[in-house]
Design a protein around this ligand. Sequence first.
Ligand SMILES: N[C@@H](CCC(=O)N[C@@H](CS)C(=O)NCC(=O)O)C(=O)O
Length: 224
Amino acid sequence: MITVTAFKWVPPFAQGQVRDHRVRWVLNEAGWDYKVRLIDAVDQKSPLYRADQPFGQVPVLAEDGRPTLFETGAILLSVAERSGRLIPSDEMQRAQMLSWYFAALNSVEPYLANLAEVEFFMKDEADKAKRRPGVVAMAQRRLGELQAALGGRDWLVADTFTLADLMMSSVLKIAKSLDALADYPKLVAYQDRCFDRAAYRKAIDDQLADFAAHSSADMKYGVA
Ligand SMILES: N[C@@H](CCC(=O)N[C@@H](CS)C(=O)NCC(=O)O)C(=O)O
């Protein structure tokens, strides 16, 4: 049996964004059955959970007879490789696919995460106003560079949807939610293309259904 961890509930701005959707998505693409273990803030701090995820975050992938995995990058690659899905069979295209896969995580996501931090988590308006211009400029630079690299192509590599597209389109979600994609129509169309997949829609619908079944009270923010 395969189990993915996810939160019982998160505030509305984060619903549909939490990274377990990436794992649900790749598992749906692979056609593998899985169940979801919903955790709260107390679970996050527990030594048992920390043994699986040292930072107390979601998602974790637990699978009978295999080491438990954390980090969405590692989890998605493991599922894609073992299922033979979303990885080009050509070795050179696979290598290119990995470049884009890691670019999504290392060269794009951090700048969008900075943007999210300013917009969602900074409380002091003066600090926010000071930090925002630099963070917005850097995020826009990366988005412009990504759009230029994509050019007129539908997918990042191999003329087909790959794991790199799964990761990149997911990484772009935060930009979309902050209206930061408005000036990048090719990225909007690219993301729409990636999201026009039953495996993605099911991943998001299932995550949202879990949140709808719970409330902030279920997160049990007590001291573990
Ligand atoms: N690099 C990690 C990041 C995981 C992560 O940031 N998870 C968030 C949800 S999207 C989380 O658990 N946040 C709660 C926390 O950090 O305490 C991954 O890709 O798995």
